[in-house]
Ligand binder design. Structure first.
Ligand SMILES: Nc1ncnc2c1ncn2[C@@H]1O[C@H](COP(=O)(O)OP(=O)(O)O)[C@@H](O)[C@H]1O
Ligand SMILES: [Mg+2]
Length: 275
């Protein structure tokens, strides 16, 4: 697969022209549920941004410091990239300061958050250009997402100017790869009838982004070792002497890039037949 890297660059430039600005695009990961895939989503979007030649700051607001630990370990393994900077903080004041400080220095700022509590949610909304809500195909995730959407519509009534509230997009995560080529008929491999019914009703209710995050071993690898682009370079340079691996990493990166483009355009999924 050819990497649609230029597509990301074009989309980004397009967005800057629309907004007439040279400031970073800020994406806030937003869900109260742990394990929904926020940190993984942050890492794969950072991979897409860095691989396309853009500079990225990730702010880790999770007390577990998952992203900071990940980046420290990746750096120790020699898998770092100067275009990515990671900072961790628990204070909203620091959050505002960090965004101010980096707004003109980087192209994207990604903010990863913790799994519980909502005391930081309003602050996150006030610094973000997009709020991203990862959601697994499970009943409890659907409930949490419903609560998040409720918070979002309440927020619009609480602020002076509802237009200042950034768009919010639900992203379906850890979905079976078979869904990527699903043509709307039958049940894709790896999903039960129940999964499919839940998926359809979630699409109907949440209108998630068109691009999903599939369950991929490359994303788990990214979790352990570092940015996808670095892993792709290693695979291409024959470190693993396996061209098949390189293809898998290309495809994983292409998908991450596609997802970033989808976040920028906000293109929603069409409802599934029979939903
Ligand atoms: N798309 C995916 N493919 C494979 N593994 C995933 C994917 N998304 C999440 N995971 C795994 O699920 C676990 C929890 O995900 P994580 O991103 O840490 O969730 P959160 O940050 O929301 O708590 C991690 O071990 C991660 O590797
Ligand atoms: Mg996390």
């Amino acid at each position: 697969m050819t990497l649609p890297v230029q597509a990301l660059v074009l989309q980004y430039v397009h967005e800057c022209i629309i907004y007439g600005r040279s400031m970073a695009i800020v994406l806030g990961m937003m869900t109260k549920k742990g394990g929904a895939g926020k940190s993984t989503l942050t890492k794969l979007l950072a991979s897409a941004v860095v691989f396309s030649g853009h500079k990225c700051l990730v702010i880790d607001l999770d007390p577990n410091e998952d992203i900071l630990t990940w980046w420290t370990s990746a750096t120790e393994q020699g898998n770092h990239d100067d275009r990515l900077t990671v900072r961790a903080t628990l204070s909203s004041e620091d959050l505002f300061d960090l965004v101010d400080e980096h707004d003109e220095k980087v192209d994207f700022i990604l903010i990863d958050t913790k799994g519980e509590g909502a005391d930081w949610a309003d602050h996150l909304a006030s610094v973000s250009d997009r709020l991203i809500v990862p959601c697994l195909n499970s009943r409890s995730d659907a409930e949490r997402t419903r609560e998040t959407l409720q918070w979002y519509s309440d927020l619009k009534t609480r602020v002076d100017d509802p237009a200042s509230v950034p768009p919010l997009h639900v992203v379906l995560t850890r979905m079976p790869t078979s869904l990527l080529s699903y043509d709307g008929r039958g049940t894709p491999k790896g999903m039960t009838g129940n999964d499919m019914a839940r998926y359809k009703s979630m699409v109907q209710e949440f209108r998630p982004l068109k691009s999903i995050v599939p369950e991929r071993s490359q994303y788990r690898d990214m979790d352990e070792r570092g940015l996808l682009g670095t892993l792709l370079d290693q695979a291409r340079n024959g470190e693993w002497k396996d061209k098949g691996q390189a293809l898998h990493y290309e495809s994983a990166l292409a998908h991450a890039t596609d997802l970033m483009n989808c976040i920028l355009t906000g293109e929603a999924m069409e409802t599934v037949d029979g939903a």
